[in-house]
Design a protein around this ligand. Structure first.
Ligand code: HEM
Ligand code: HEM
Length: 182
């Protein structure tokens, strides 16, 4: 595979800025922050979106013409940007932290830290995404999409779909807020 070139990627990323911000720190909470996200995870998501394994209709016009090399370069650029911090809602931190660190044993939900790390930095070699600082609105949307099988690109392992399906709405809201504050 082509090794991503962040300099080349910067030039190719101009069309992403309207939604994701020039440095990948989106302002609107429905658009994910992608600054500092793992490079291999970014490549996987862009290929999944371009090739139809993950449905993001509003992005298709911007990625359909990109080559694998373009995607590698753009991913290298966003992975190298500093992620911005977010904040948690005080009243949701206790529940959110409990779910994030310990899972929910009685419903077989594993701890999020196992894959996304204690500080939410993810595990890049395994393509487990960084979550820290992400907009809670976006995170809630993704967990709901996983639970309704509208996002299936976690693959045959069904890791995230099995987890999100068993979570209650209050737990999803709390863990998403906690994650934004990480
Ligand atoms: C999601 C990259 C252009 C709207 C994503 C994701 C990536 C990405 C990597 C997945 C993030 C994650 O899983 O954490 C890019 C790049 C672009 C681009 C590199 C330019 C080539 C755009 C534009 C828009 C847009 C122009 C708005 C018109 C969205 C939305 C999602 C998303 C709404 C999340 C959808 C969902 O709920 O699943 N983008 N994007 N993107 N992008 Fe883009
Ligand atoms: C993706 C949350 C536990 C593996 C995600 C995403 C969220 C999330 C919000 C989407 C990230 C994005 O779009 O940027 C959580 C929460 C967890 C949890 C709240 C605990 C309740 C786990 C565990 C594993 C895991 C235990 C591993 C066994 C993954 C993987 C993806 C992912 C592989 C990426 C799927 C893909 O390729 O699209 N998680 N997660 N997660 N998570 Fe988790």
């Amino acid at each position: 595979a082509h090794a991503g070139d962040a300099e080349a990627g910067k030039a190719k990323s101009a069309t992403c800025a309207a939604c994701h911000g020039a440095d990948g720190n989106s302002l609107a909470p429905t658009f994910p922050k992608i600054a500092g996200q793992g490079e291999r995870y970014l490549v996987k998501q862009m290929l999944d979106i371009r090739d139809g394994r993950r449905s993001v209709p509003e992005m298709v016009p911007f990625v359909s013409g990109l080559s694998d090399e373009d995607i590698a370069d753009i991913s290298a650029y966003f992975a190298a940007q500093a992620p911005s911090a977010g904040g948690a809602k005080e009243e949701l931190v206790a529940l959110g932290q409990r779910v994030y660190r310990g899972g929910i044993e009685e419903r077989g939900i594993p701890a999020c830290i196992a894959c996304h790390g204690p500080n939410g930095n993810g595990i890049e070699p395994a393509m487990f995404p960084r979550l820290a600082g992400q907009h809670a609105t976006y995170t809630v949307t993704q967990l709901n999409k996983f639970s309704m099988n509208e996002r299936q690109n976690d693959g045959d392992t069904r890791l995230m779909r099995d987890i999100a399906y068993r979570m209650h709405a209050t737990e999803i809201e709390a863990v998403a807020s906690y994650i934004e504050g990480l």
